[in-house]
Design a protein. Structure first.
Length: 374
């Protein structure tokens, strides 16, 4: 497996998490005060402590942490020593060491420069995603959960993996630039292809879906659930039998998907009223029993207690020396490999170990501590 040097900004930290899941040795380089990712909330138990940031606990899991003052000459020298023994380095365009020095230290290095031209919110807007996100006729909705960072991270991990695979046959260094804006624009490709082929502009659909006439998110007694009634006449018949609504049953024209599309808003309003009398898991169970696609609109709290995710090993409890037992996503790659990924490291937890690998003695390490380099 490869050694990955991780100086990734927040928008690419998911990439190095994925590479750690895949079994690569990922070394996260941080300043002695802790990097921005550790300072990003929310925090476990609400206390803003460097070790308790939820994003840090997830995104840095499986990595080793070395603390280095990269503003000092000694810190930069140690970084170059690390580069000599690594295969991939992921950083931003504000990398503290000149690119020429990186490739001089490691001619076969894969250097991935992750750019963020405008910041997360402006990048999401520039990508076009906001034009298709939200309620029709209203202001666009900004996607939650740092979706932009997840999309960018996936592309960076793919770029690193492809470069490592190519390097098995072709020696020599590679410089790869990954643009956060272009990563997000790739999510608009279907909308652009649709416009090119049909001249149809993708629009905001809100919670009322467009896959079938009767589809979307509907309110219920304890939140929301998602429904998509099959377009076939048999699918509509099963739905009508389920709801028992006489208005649905009496209008035989509704057996046609085209007619249901023409009556869409009226039908969806009626389903809104009907579903309010049920809990979402009851609705989902009843729908699936009738072979009608349905699912709860899950909240983060519900996902962390999801018995299916726990049973499959996607969610596992991790023991943390300061926080005790914390349940976090293990990750899809780790689950597929059958590996249990290590907890996120404490700040600088592996500094002594990594310096020893570079040949530093205890006396030299003590001198670096006195100079506040590590």
């Amino acid at each position: 497996m490869a050694r990955i040097l991780d100086l990734a900004p927040a928008n690419a930290a998911y990439a190095t998490r994925l590479l750690a899941e895949a079994g690569h040795d990922v070394i996260r380089v941080e300043c002695p005060r802790g990097d921005a990712l550790r300072r990003q909330g929310p925090f476990v138990d609400g206390a803003p402590v460097l070790e308790s940031g939820a994003n840090h606990l997830f995104l840095n899991a499986g990595k080793r942490s070395v603390s280095l003052d990269l503003e000092s000459d000694a810190g930069k020298d140690i970084l170059l020593e690390l580069v000599r023994g690594c295969d991939v380095m992921i950083a931003s365009d504000s990398c503290p060491v000149a690119e020429a020095d990186l490739f001089a230290a490691q001619p076969d290095l894969v250097f991935i420069d992750v750019t963020s031209e405008m910041g997360e919110l402006c990048t999401v807007a520039r990508s076009g995603l906001l034009s298709i996100t939200g309620q029709p006729g209203e202001r666009p909705y900004v996607p939650g959960g740092h979706v932009a960072f997840a999309i960018t991270g996936l592309h960076v991990a793919l770029a690193a993996s492809a470069a490592l695979l190519a390097g098995e046959d072709n020696a020599g260094g590679h410089r790869i630039t990954v643009s956060e804006t272009e990563c997000l624009i790739s999510m608009m490709e279907q909308a652009m292809v649709g416009y090119t082929a049909l001249g149809k502009v993708a629009e905001r659909m809100g919670y009322r879906g467009a896959v079938t006439a009767v589809s979307g998110a509907f309110p219920c007694a304890d939140g929301y659930w998602m429904l998509s009634v099959p377009p076939s006449g048999d699918g509509w018949k099963r739905f009508v039998e389920w709801t028992g609504d006489p208005a649905f049953n009496s209008d035989k024209d509704l057996e046609s998907e085209a007619h249901r599309n023409a009556q869409k808003e009226k039908l969806l309003d009626e389903i809104d009223r009907w579903s309010m009398g049920f809990a979402k898991l009851d609705l989902v169970t009843q729908g699936q029993e009738r072979r009608i696609p349905a699912t709860p609109v899950a909240t983060p709290m519900e996902l962390l207690d999801d018995p299916q995710l726990v049973a499959r090993g996607y969610l596992r409890g991790m023991s943390h020396p300061l926080l005790g037992q914390v349940r976090l996503p293990v990750g899809a790659i780790a689950v597929a490999k059958g590996d249990a990924i290590a907890r996120a490291p404490m700040l600088g937890e592996h500094t002594a170990e990594i310096l020893a690998e570079l040949g530093y003695s205890d006396a030299q390490r003590s001198a670096l501590i006195e100079m506040a380099v590590i």
